[in-house]
Ligand binder design. Structure first.
Ligand code: UD2
Length: 301
C-alpha cells in the first residue's frame, strides 16, 4: 500500500503502534488516539498525530480527511471493563466503529477493523472457523460481533471495501497495563521470581499470535479483493496455560513457583483458530511460533 495515506485509530496502543511502525516508512500515516492507554513514545517521529477521542466526529473527520485506508484499532480492550460498564464500552467499541465506517463512506476509504475470537464464545468445535456459530459470552464479545457484522455489511450495503480481522490471543512487545494478557503477566512474575499465577487448572488452551503476524494480516487486508469478509488471525496452534507458564519460566531461567488460583468466571476453556481462510484468501501465514516469540520478548523487551 505504498504511496497511500492511511489512518490508524488507536495508533498509539499495543497493536496499533506496531502497525504504524510497519506502515510509516512506505505510506503517509495519521494516528488518532486519545492517549488514555496509548503511549506517545511508541510512535515514530514522522507520523501526524491527531489527539482526540474516536467517539468525537470532529476529531475523526479531521484525522480521516483524504485517507485511502482506515485501520480501526481504537477500542476498550478489557473484557472485565465491558462487564462492569457495558454502555460505556459499547460507545467506543460499537458507536465509534459506526462513525468510522460512515467517515470512510465520505472519503471512499477502505476499512480494516479489529474483531476478536470473542465473537465465538465457547466454540463447539476446534479449531474454530469463520463459519462457526457466534455466541459471545461478554458485552465485549457482543460489541466485537456488532463491529464485525457492521464491517462486513457495509461492503454490501454501501459498496465499501471492508475487512474484519478476528484476533486470537495477541502478544508481543509493548503489551502492558492492567488488561495486558497472560504472557506479559507471566513474564513479569517470572522475571521477579514471584509465583506464576495460573487461574484454574491450567488445562485451558489458547492460540497465541505474535503482533508481527497481526501486522502482516492488516497489510494483506489493506489490499485484498476479497472484502466484506471476516478472517481469523491466529497461528492454528494451541498451548495449555500450564505449558505456557513452564515455557516462560524456562525462557527466563526463573526460580518462580507455579501456583493455581480460583478459575476465572466465564473463562473460555479452549480457543484456537482455523486459519485456512486467511491462508488461502489473503496469503496470510503466521511466521512466529510461540517459543521464538517468547524468546525474543525475553531477549529484547
Ligand atoms: C483474550 C483477549 C480478549 C478477548 C478474548 C476472546 C487478551 C489480553 N485478551 O482474552 O480481549 O479477545 O481473548 O476470547 O488477549 N490467565 C492466568 N493467569 C493470569 C492471567 C491469565 O492463568 O495471570 C489465564 C486466563 O484465565 C485465561 C488465559 O490465561 O485462561 C488467557 O487470559 P488472557 O487474559 O491473556 O486472555 P483471554 O483469553 O481471557
Amino acid at each position: 500500500i505504498s504511496d497511500k495515506t492511511v489512518l490508524v485509530t488507536g495508533g498509539a496502543g499495543f497493536i496499533g503502534s506496531h502497525l504504524v511502525e510497519a506502515l510509516a516508512p512506505h505510506t503517509e500515516v495519521r494516528v488518532l488516539d486519545d492517549f488514555s492507554t496509548g503511549d506517545r513514545t511508541h510512535l515514530p517521529e514522522d507520523v501526524t498525530v491527531v489527539e482526540g477521542d474516536v467517539r468525537d466526529p470532529i476529531a475523526l473527520q479531521q484525522a480521516a480527511r483524504g485517507v485511502d485506508v482506515i485501520f480501526h484499532h481504537a477500542a476498550v480492550v478489557s473484557v472485565s471493563q465491558s462487564v462492569a460498564a457495558p454502555r460505556q464500552s459499547n460507545r467506543t467499541n460499537v458507536d465509534a466503529t459506526l462513525l468510522v465506517l460512515e467517515q470512510a463512506r465520505q472519503e471512499d476509504a477502505r476499512v480494516v477493523t479489529a474483531s476478536s475470537a470473542a465473537v465465538y464464545g465457547h466454540p463447539a468445535e476446534l479449531p474454530v472457523s469463520e463459519t462457526a456459530a457466534t455466541e459471545p459470552t461478554s458485552p465485549y464479545g457482543i460489541q466485537k460481533l456488532a463491529l464485525d457484522q457492521y464491517t462486513r455489511r457495509y461492503a454490501e450495503l454501501y459498496d465499501l471495501p471492508t475487512v474484519a480481522l478476528r484476533y486470537f490471543n495477541v502478544y508481543g512487545p509493548r503489551q502492558q497495563g492492567p488488561y495486558s494478557g497472560v504472557i506479559s503477566a507471566f513474564l513479569e512474575q517470572a522475571r521477579a521470581d514471584d509465583p506464576i499465577t495460573i487461574d484454574g487448572d491450567g488445562e485451558q488452551t489458547r492460540d497465541f499470535v505474535h503482533v508481527s503476524d497481526v501486522v502482516q494480516a492488516n497489510l494483506l487486508a489493506a489490499t485484498t479483493e476479497e472484502t466484506g469478509e471476516a478472517y481469523n488471525v491466529g497461528t492454528g496452534d494451541r498451548i495449555t496455560i500450564r505449558e505456557l507458564a513452564e515455557t516462560i519460566r524456562d525462557a527466563t531461567d526463573s526460580s518462580s513457583s507455579i501456583v493455581h488460583r480460583e478459575p476465572r468466571t466465564g473463562d473460555i476453556r479452549h480457543s484456537g483458530a482455523d486459519t485456512e481462510k486467511a491462508n488461502r484468501t489473503l496469503g496470510y501465514d503466521a511466521r512466529v511460533d510461540l517459543e521464538s516469540g517468547v524468546r525474543s520478548l525475553v531477549d529484547n523487551d
